[in-house]
Design a protein around this ligand. Structure first.
Ligand code: HT7
Ligand code: ZN
Length: 883
């Protein structure tokens, strides 16, 4: 397979001005005719025009209405090359035939299991529809005519405005859609099927009425209320926060049950995986509701960051994705709890992205090369990319960031641009000097930032010493220091933020103010050298430092001079709620790591009472007034996040021997009863979500004790639940312990929900993530279960994905977990390479396994890599993992 490099980027020799597409959809084949107005870049020469095309049968080619003999064009399995073209603008007409009815890859045009036709063109799916310059810097105005059987496909949708429709012979009908905005072909969309819409309107701030429609099969329309609400909130938020208004009179969303990713931002016709649209209190959890809010927002926000301003090439993917993830994170924060959202986002970054950055697939936010672009829709491009955008905001302030965004749109509306263009807009709008910052785009690996401190009582000064180091990654052995914004707060002995007045930075003295000009309580230190010192002046006492507030940079922070007492103090007092959580986590992790070898040596285990006390107070059970004051201000969602270390430390033996029975000391039983809702009506708001989260966390901890009364409590919760959040949480708690109760609860749940495919997926998840020994056998049984279908990505993500995250069964000593995954991957690869390559990634980090497991995992990777007919997607992951 061919590797594509960023450094080889060249603009095309031909622009496409307008594109008229005509689709005739039918059960046995689909014909596509495209008529393109082509503008040669140079009027003195006509280089070959190379069009991409895969699995497309060429029917005819016409230039200015004149047919070219097919023997005269160059046609391979990937390209159609046209030579001897006019040097003046000309019309290119291409007729082709495709087979959506057998397309299981779910890219290009495919027929969903629900019977509807639908498209997915990003990144390179349009070439499976017709021959085209399938790259994002080719932007054209599209008009789309769709013809199909009226009874089978009553609804015909594409981008833009409906300009014509009517009946044809033989029971067919047609619709013509015109999109007034230039766009790359990856934003093209078409949908045809039996769909019903929930309709609403949104009045923009300039007073225009926008029609909003969410399309689903008729029976699902009641489940689209939350999605519609989320859409209207998103539209309002983008106006309020960025001054960005929707630019057409119609916005459609279609839900499809078979979709490789979460959703797609096609211009005015977003296509969504059903699981990110459909929700009801009975069938969806709080987590589902939150995901719907975030993803509806994300796709909507792409209308400006992605569609109006798009990417020059796919290496720039983070230009739109990192920025749009940042925007959706901020939107969700504003709609719910800011610290809880931040804690969740950072937790994901650390578990998924930091490990990607430390493995064989490590790549910069802007990769240098790829074999298959689909493999680069990664947590690095999305989540680390969002952190890079967040750092601009941290460095420039909210107002400065907004100025940068305004300038970005002013300069680049209607263009396909690069990450440097975004950087330049931020820099120029703020007259800032950030050049070292660009290294975030080009260097892979997570920087390690070591920060140590010294207080000089006589000088009343506090010195912060920073050292940064970026580990080597494949192909990048040596790194340069990058620009790290280190947000710092200093607490006095009462636990209050000290006012930071003056800072000596590399010898120069700066007076500190917050962004509104008031006294600074958090300073942002700009660390841009390998080693650097900063000194705060005028500090009357030795402070307790709160470093990297709100996780101001995606780094691993090492703080050798921060003591356990400091951590407990921060857990109690830090005004930065993220860092309160962080202090509890750091402390909890330290304790666990301490206890493990002691447990292995069968020694007496003890958890310091200060930590137990700290956790009790986080749960809201403290009496000490200064603690009480702090925890009262902490929302339930934060409490729930902060409490997550309690039971992990509390392995059953440790609890008994230390008398520190966390579940009892933390009064989990009380938490369950106090937070049980008396209101059968489900409300998705932050207060209720936080309450349910704390209650269900406590229930899970109690059930980990596996005692008769805790099981009884969980069964009671399961039976009395009035919404899926509570029902599923109770079921998950019960499922921790093997036995009849678990089996019966699972059977009961399936019986109740077997007709709700999205709920059945939850049932699959619970079983696949089980640590019950020998679960591979059960997995094989589930592959044959009527609820499973290898062709549906949601089923694969529910059954195979979670299995690969289990410690006991995926990593079974006999290699049966790895073998199972290899079998599934190879089977899946024949249908859907994008999903197959996501699955094989679970074996990528085999070098970190123990010796025995390394050779077992490697053998399976080798088996995959040498299979004949392997897709490029899976080949790229398997071969890079073995390198
Ligand atoms: N921009 C969308 C990306 C996407 C995608 C990429 C590869 C294969 C299938 C896909 N479906 C959607 C989604 C987004 O980030 O908004
Ligand atoms: Zn996106």
């Amino acid at each position: 397979p061919k590797e594509i490099f960023l450094k080889d980027y060249k603009p095309t020799g031909y622009h496409f001005d307008t594109v008229e597409l005509k689709f005739v959809l039918s059960e046995k084949k689909t014909t596509v005719v495209s008529k393109i107005r082509v503008l040669p870049r140079n009027s003195s020469e006509s280089p070959p025009l190379v069009l991409d095309g895969r699995d497309v049968k060429l029917l005819f080619v016409k230039i200015n209405g004149e047919e070219r003999k097919l023997e005269e064009v160059e046609l391979t399995s990937r390209h159609l090359t046209l030579k001897s073209l006019p040097v003046q603008p000309f019309d290119l007409e291409i007729g082709s035939e495709i087979h959506p009815e057998t397309n299981l890859s779910l890219e290009g045009l495919y027929k969903s299991s629900s019977g509807m036709f639908c498209t997915q063109c990003e990144a390179e799916g349009f070439r499976k529809i017709t021959f085209y310059q399938d790259r994002p810097d080719v932007m054209a105005k599209f008009t789309t005519r769709i013809e199909a059987d009226k009874a089978q496909y009553p609804v015909l949708l594409s981008n833009g405005n409906l300009i014509d429709s009517g009946d044809l012979e033989n029971g067919f009908h047609y619709a013509v859609w015109e999109d007034p905005f230039k766009k790359p072909c990856y934003l093209f969309a078409l949908v045809a099927g039996q769909l019903t819409s929930r309709d609403d309107t949104f009045k923009t701030r300039s007073g225009r009425d926008v029609q909003l429609r969410i399309w689903t099969p008729a029976q699902d329309v009641p489940k689209t209320e939350h999605a519609m609400h989320a859409l209207k909130l998103s539209m309002k938020w983008d106006e309020d926060v960025y001054g960005l208004e929707y630019d057409l009179d119609l916005f459609n969303i279609v839900a499809v049950p078979d979709f490789n990713m979460g959703a797609m931002e096609n211009k005015s016709l977003n296509i969504f995986n059903s699981k990110l649209v459909l929700a009801s209190a009975e069938t969806a959890t709080d987590v589902d509701y939150a995901a719907i809010l975030g993803v509806i927002g994300h796709e909507y926000f792409h209308n400006w960051t992605g569609n109006r301003v798009t990417c020059r090439d796919w290496f720039q993917l983070s230009l739109k994705e990192g920025l749009t993830v940042f925007r959706d994170q901020e939107f969700s924060s504003d709609m719910g709890s800011r610290p809880v959202k931040r804690i969740g986002d950072v937790a994901l970054l650390r578990t998924a992205q930091f490990s990607e950055d430390a493995g064989p697939m490590a790549h910069p936010v802007r990769p240098h090369s790829y074999i298959k672009m689909d493999n680069f829709y990664t947590v690095t491009v999305y989540e680390k990319g969002a952190e890079v955008v967040r750092m601009y905001q941290t460095l420039l302030g909210k107002d400065g960031f907004r100025k940068g965004m305004d300038l970005y749109f002013e300069r680049h509306d209607g263009q396909a641009v690069t990450c440097e263009d975004f950087f330049a807009a931020m820099r120029d709008a703020n007259s800032a000097n950030l050049s070292v910052f660009l290294r975030w785009y080009s260097q892979a690996g997570t920087p390690i930032l070591t920060v140590s401190t010294a207080y000089d009582a006589a000088a009343r000064s506090y010195t912060v010493k920073c050292k940064q180091e970026i580990p080597s990654t494949p192909g990048q052995p040596v790194k340069e220091p990058t620009l790290i914004p280190l947000a710092v707060g200093l607490l006095n002995s009462k636990g209050e933020d000290m006012v930071l007045t003056e800072l000596l930075d590399g010898g120069s003295l700066k007076s500190l103010k917050d962004t509104a000009g008031g006294p600074a309580k958090t300073a942002v230190l700009v660390v841009d050298k390998e080693e650097q010192e900063f000194t705060f002046l005028n500090l009357p006492e030795k402070p307790v430092p709160s470093f990297l507030r709100n996780f101001s940079a995606p780094v691993r922070l090492v703080t050798p001079t921060v003591t356990d007492d400091d951590l407990l103090f921060l857990l109690a007092h830090d005004s930065d709620e993220f860092n309160r959580w962080e202090a509890g986590q750091t402390m909890g992790r330290k304790l666990m790591l301490d206890l493990i070898p002691k447990a292995q040596r069968n020694e007496q285990l003890a958890v310091p009472s200060a930590f137990v006390e700290g956790m009790r107070r986080i749960c809201g059970k403290g009496t000490n007034t200064s603690w009480r004051k702090r925890t009262d201000g902490l929302d339930g969602g934060c409490r729930s996040r902060c409490s997550t270390y309690c039971p992990k430390i509390c392995d059953k033996r440790a609890c008994v021997e230390t008398e520190a029975r966390f579940p009892e000391n933390c009064e989990y039983r009380l938490i369950v009863t106090e937070n049980r809702s008396s209101d059968p009506h489900y409300t998705f708001d932050h207060k209720n979500k936080a309450r349910r989260s704390l209650k269900n966390l406590a229930l899970g901890y109690l059930c980990s004790l596996d005692e008769a009364d805790t099981t009884e409590l969980a069964l009671k919760e399961y039976k009395s639940a009035t919404n899926m959040t509570d029902q599923f949480a109770a079921l998950s708690s019960l499922c921790q312990n093997p036995g009849d109760v678990r089996d019966e609860a699972l059977a009961n749940f399936y019986e109740q929900w077997k007709d709700e495919t999205l709920v059945v997926n939850k049932w699959l998840v619970l079983q696949s993530m089980s640590d019950i020994p020998g679960n591979v056998k059960n997995m094989r049984r589930l592959l044959d279960h009527p609820s499973f279908d290898m062709k549906n990505p949601n089923k694969v993500y529910s059954l195979i994905g979670p299995f690969c995250r289990t410690a006991v069964n995926f990593h079974a000593k006999d290699g049966s977990g790895y073998e199972f995954l290899a079998e599934v991957t190879l089977q899946l690869d024949k249908m859907n390479p994008q999903v197959a390559s996501r699955m094989v990634s679970s074996l990528s980090r085999w070098k970190r396994f123990d010796e025995g497991r390394q050779s077992l995992a490697k053998a399976q990777l080798e088996r995959i890599a040498k299979t004949d007919g392997l897709s490029e997607n899976v080949f790229e992951i398997a071969s890079k993992s073995l390198a």
